[in-house]
Design a protein around this ligand. Structure first.
Ligand SMILES: C[S@@+](CC[C@H](N)C(=O)[O-])C[C@H]1O[C@@H](n2cnc3c(N)ncnc32)[C@H](O)[C@@H]1O
Length: 250
């Protein structure tokens, strides 16, 4: 059965499926502000084509998955978990065979920006703690995207098990622009995170940024593997340093 959004509170074109503000979101926002990463509406509107931060490195990874989804020859419903300011949800909503995109986040400020910058009859922005949505999203989606997001979830396997229940038969979960580490690298990654957020003036945020082990995606398909290429580097090519993982529901 299709989701009836009219039953949810709608404030500034954001649908509230859960209402409770999650504490880590305030820390996340503070960190984003201190990093200077809160973007103007105009900047959000042109993403990923922004010549700052990591954006130049995200152009190719975005295009790769957009091309992949475009090649599917049937109407698709897509859930973009942790959509932030909505730029990626909007890109997906523009693909001709996609007729239903839900951008979901717990970041009210960015969701409101998303809903005001990107308007399409195929696109909805939803405030929800994904773990508290009960059965609302059960068997609703053909594709679920996690773009630069898994590091904000403590328990990766619990998340994937939940998202699995949101998929229709043969549905797919895609993870892009997200770091996974060799087991031997995790301790260092955690220390770097701690140092980073301490220097940023938001040390508590380190508890909400997680270094996940590569073994967790061992049974996923790898659709793109990052390989260092000296020639590309010399030519100034900007390539995402992250692999692209896909899980298909059997
Ligand atoms: C680095 S941002 C990525 C935003 C966007 N996907 C992109 O590629 O630019 C990570 C997002 O994950 C969201 N997030 C963290 N925990 C979440 C949760 N439990 N449910 C939904 N979103 C969450 C944050 O609020 C944030 O907007």
């Amino acid at each position: 059965m299709e989701i009836d959004y009219s039953t949810y509170n709608n404030k500034k074109n954001v649908f509230y499926i859960t209402e409770k503000i999650i504490d880590s979101n305030n820390l996340y926002l503070k960190a984003r502000k201190n990093e200077g990463r809160i973007l103007t509406d105009k900047e959000v509107g042109i993403l990923p084509n922004l010549n700052r931060f990591e954006w130049p490195f995200r152009i190719q990874s975005t295009q790769r998955i957009i091309d992949y989804i475009s090649r599917k020859k049937r109407a698709l419903a897509v859930l973009d978990i942790g959509c932030g300011n909505g730029w990626f949800s909007n890109k997906i909503a523009k693909i001709p065979n996609v007729n239903n995109v839900v951008g979901l986040d717990i970041n009210k400020e960015e969701l409101e920006q998303a809903a005001s910058v990107f308007k399409s009859k195929y696109l909805k922005f939803v405030y929800a703690d994904v773990f508290k949505t009960s059965s609302v999203f059960e068997a609703q989606f053909d594709i679920i995207t996690l773009n630069g997001v898994v590091q904000y979830f403590e328990n990766f396997s619990e998340l994937i098990t939940l998202l699995h229940s949101f998929l229709k038969p043969n549905g797919e979960i895609h993870i892009i622009d997200s770091p996974f580490y060799k087991t031997s690298e995790i301790k260092n990654a955690k220390e770097s995170t701690k140092k980073y957020y301490t220097n940023l003036g938001v040390p508590e945020m380190a508890k909400h940024y997680h270094a996940h082990d590569k073994n967790l995606v061992a049974n996923f398909d790898t659709l793109y593997t990052y390989k260092r290429n000296i020639l590309h580097k010399m030519l100034g090519k900007k390539e995402s340093p992250f692999s692209w993982y896909r899980f298909i529901k059997k």
